[in-house]
Design a protein around this ligand. Structure first.
Ligand SMILES: *Cc1c(COP(=O)(O)O)cnc(C)c1O
Length: 391
């Protein structure tokens, strides 16, 4: 008999009742150190007092009004995003997938309004993840996500990862946009070089194609910059944000330049819940905290501390691990042993890590993880790896 919860997930037999900082407590009272942060969502850890205060204060005032009316909390969050990024304008969503849908629509509408309605092609990349909607799976092109869901939305072409020559060969004046994660998350913490991102921007500029960055996982301080593309000094025309922006509350956004958003007038797009007062009150507080240069400096300091320890771990267990990947606190361990076995061994040490493609385990701690918790995480990773080598 089918379970009452649709069985689309492969869940670990763990149920958590409470979270505080980087720690989760199960319903039975066991404590786990959380290096997953809800897959890069709980950017400030669990139950951050400022976020609890922002949410509960708003909850006591007003939950929902609809976008028929002005929403001051939405205005505040949009202003914070515009003031701290390349963008001139923002649409608020409830998830990364919804942000991907709008990014695709915006890119196509741009060319439609420019009198080139046939210019619909969107170039994407192997290993990409943009969500699970019909549009987002067409953008990923991955067999395991699209199988059985055809016919797929047309107009997407998947290119090899990080290969500028392949992009040069594929891009043309038929290309509406190029869509990619500056650092692939689900794909295995694969970082694109600054040179690649600069080259991609130049190629897009040559044909006029829009650049769409998906920073749903790598954005909002995760990489040690507010947005990961800042490391390369390259800006997109459109950007998707979600996950960390809500600190655990469902929230997403599409950021765009005035030019890229020029097709999106009244009535062209909408959302019932997108930009609701609850999500925006929390998101604004997250932005106020994460945009503080001192906060980002701390992310980078913690990241190098963690990374140094991880390099040591890899050196100690060369039969288990192959290397460390990532930027900031978006870290991955490329494994030699099956990543699922290592994630399971980490569970045994009461440590939560997240598998990714390419036989990688992801380490995506809260951006404010205390140094002592990093030290503790490294000790647990070491014990787990040692248990694997002994068995
Ligand atoms: C998680 C993710 C998405 C989808 O976000 P949802 O909130 O799950 O809809 C899209 N792009 C990237 C890069 C992601 O990591």
């Amino acid at each position: 008999m089918i379970p009452s919860v649709l069985p689309t997930y492969n869940r670990a037999p763990l149920a958590f009742a409470k979270g505080e900082g980087s720690w989760l407590t199960t319903v039975e009272g066991a404590r786990y150190l959380d290096l997953g942060a809800g897959i890069a969502v709980n950017a400030l850890g669990h139950a951050h007092p400022d976020l609890v205060a922002a949410l509960t204060a708003q909850a006591g005032q007003l939950w929902h009004v609809s976008n028929l009316y002005q929403i001051p909390q939405q205005q505040k969050l949009a202003d914070l995003l515009v003031d701290n990024s390349f963008a001139d304008t923002v649409f608020l969503t409830n998830s990364g997938t919804e942000a991907a849908e709008l990014a695709i629509k915006m890119a196509r509408k741009y060319w439609y309004d420019k009198g080139q309605p046939e210019r619909i092609e969107i170039l994407t990349f192997e290993g990409a993840f943009h969500g699970r909607s019909t549009g987002a799976i067409a953008a990923s092109g991955a067999e395991k996500m699209v199988k059985g869901y055809g016919p797929l939305m047309p107009g997407f072409k998947t290119l090899p990862f990080g290969d500028l020559d392949a992009l040069r060969a594929a891009i043309s004046d038929k290309t509406a946009a190029v869509m990619l994660e500056p650092i692939q998350g689900e794909g295995g913490i694969r970082v694109l070089s600054d040179a690649y991102l600069k080259g991609l921007r130049d190629l897009c500029d040559e044909v006029g194609a829009l650049v769409v960055f998906d920073e749903v996982q790598c954005g909002v301080g995760r990489s040690g910059k507010l947005f990961a593309h800042e490391w390369a000094g390259v800006t997109p025309d459109i950007m998707m944000v979600a996950k960390g922006i809500g600190g655990g509350f469902p929230l997403g956004a599409v950021l765009a330049t005035e030019n890229a958003a020029s097709g999106m007038g009244a009535g062209t797009h909408g959302s019932t819940y997108g930009g609701n007062p609850l999500g925006c009150a929390v998101g604004a507080r997250v932005m106020e905290i994460v945009t503080d240069p001192a906060f980002l400096a701390e992310v980078n300091r913690k990241a190098s501390l963690f990374r140094q320890g991880l390099e040591g771990l890899v050196a100690s267990y060369p039969e288990v691990f192959e290397g460390v990947r990532g930027t900031g606190l978006m870290l991955g361990l490329k494994c030699k042993a099956p990543n699922a076995d290592i994630v399971a061994a980490n569970y045994g040490e009461h440590l939560l890590t997240v598998p990714a493609a390419d036989n990688v385990i992801r380490l995506l701690p809260a951006l404010n993880i205390p140094d002592a918790d990093i030290t503790e995480a490294l000790a647990r990773l070491d014990r787990a790896a040692s248990s694997l080598t002994l068995s």
